[in-house]
Write a protein that binds this ligand. Structure first.
Ligand SMILES: [Zn+2]
Length: 275
């Protein structure tokens, strides 16, 4: 099955790359209603907690911007296929001119480096917003903290591999022409989505505001243990989902299932996909 899905936004091409898929352990979810918890328990196929790990390539004619790089070899045999997905687009790692990382969690940066901790994308500038850079570099993490020592040491390894072409973005500036950041703090302090605007067409990538779409679209109060600041993460989740539904924006996200590009509408206290 193809790992890619493409949408044209004016003259800009946005392609999602499915790095992998797996189910999220139910114990990683918080604020589950009793009803949803019971459904998960009786769901032998684990379809409610199923998730995808997606990266994106944005092509504007001169640049190939890769947003996130998948899990690498960190999440088992069903993940780590970013280069296969790029190959479907006739791109190699050397064709990537720019990288933007939505946040420095392992399922988004695992594919940045190889077994020797060297950069996989040798020709790419490496962009990240200031708040995210500061969070991962300004302190030593304890093993008992959310995000912990393992994740922070991976983040530092990746930043070090791309140190010579690291660009720390301050303020809300374009990542490349036509692509701008959308701050969505909470999941991590600098967690960001992005927008693509060209002509009169637009789309929004909502980052990691949802991890299990089959549960969280209907009930956005459900969150994961990985949120550094759950209250801000909830605000950002509702902000992004409101923006997509109110403005009827084409949208996707880091853990979107198929179809990858959807429209949303408000339904009751949650949201639903519309065609
Ligand atoms: Zn993620």
């Amino acid at each position: 099955m193809s790992r890619i899905s493409t949408a044209a936004i004016g003259s800009i091409s946005v392609t999602t790359l499915r790095d992998g898929e797996r189910t999220l352990p139910p114990e990683a979810l918080k604020n589950l209603s009793n009803e949803d918890a019971a459904k998960i328990n009786s769901d032998d196929n684990q379809s409610l907690t199923f998730t995808n790990f997606n990266a994106c390539v944005i092509q504007n004619g001169t640049q190939n911007l890769l947003v996130d790089t998948g899990c690498g070899n960190l999440f088992g045999p069903t993940c780590g296929f970013i280069l296969d997905a790029l190959d479907e687009l006739d791109l190699t790692s050397d064709d990537i001119t720019d990288i933007f990382i939505t946040h420095l969690h392992p399922d988004h940066i695992g594919g940045c480096i190889d077994e020797d901790n060297s950069a996989v994308f040798k020709n790419a500038s490496f962009k990240i917003v200031e708040e995210e850079y500061n969070f991962w570099t300004s302190k030593e993490f304890g093993s008992d903290e959310i995000n912990g020592t393992d994740w922070s040491s991976l983040a530092k390894k990746v930043l070090s591999a791309y140190n010579d072409r690291l660009e720390v973005l301050t303020g809300q500036i374009d990542i490349i022409s036509g692509v701008s950041t959308v701050p969505l703090p909470g999941h991590t302090p600098g967690h960001s989505g992005f927008r693509v605007d060209d002509g009169n067409q637009s789309m929004v990538h909502m980052g990691d505001i949802i991890h299990v779409p089959n549960l969280q679209l209907k009930d956005p109060n459900i969150c994961t243990l990985f949120d550094v600041d759950p209250e801000s993460a909830l605000s950002s989740r509702k902000y992004a989902l409101d923006m997509a539904s109110n403005d009827n924006l084409l949208c996707t996200s880091g853990h979107m299932l198929d179809p990858k590009f959807i429209h949303l509408e408000k339904r009751g206290t949650g949201y639903a996909t519309i065609s």
